[in-house]
Design a protein around this ligand. Sequence first.
Ligand code: HEM
Length: 121
Amino acid sequence: MDPVAESLDLLAARCGDPAPLVYATLFARHPEAAAHFLMDPGGHVRGQMLAVALEALLDGGARLAGLVAIERLNHVNIGVPEALFDGFLPLLRDVVRDALGEAWTPAMEAGWAARIAAVAG
Ligand code: HEM
């Protein structure tokens, strides 16, 4: 099994919906990011954005790179700085790694690093 998928399965088994954890981490690291979601009190956009990102992550590097290339422009247009945008996948990786603790493996580390590198390329 793809170690990235495995890590996300384990996260879901341990924490259920990862969205609250992911956005709590995003807003803790980047308080200014919260302002972009003021129009989303019910969290629909947040849930949708994470679902799309996770689906692309599971599909693999090429699909993910395509999504990120398109979304980078969309996000620049709504005022999300590129550095913040680019930090989102590493942040996701950190959330999963922290939640998994001892269950995090070197294969997961390598798998996530490859996905993140595919996006940067
Ligand atoms: C890999 C990085 C990211 C990807 C792939 C991504 C993807 C997406 C997608 C697919 C949507 C549309 C969701 C929908 O259908 O409702 C969206 C919306 C949004 N994203 Fe992201 N996103 C990323 C990072 C970020 C970051 C770091 C922020 C921080 C501020 C952010 C802020 C937003 C906001 C505010 C919207 C709503 C835009 C609107 O409806 O006007 N995104 N994102």
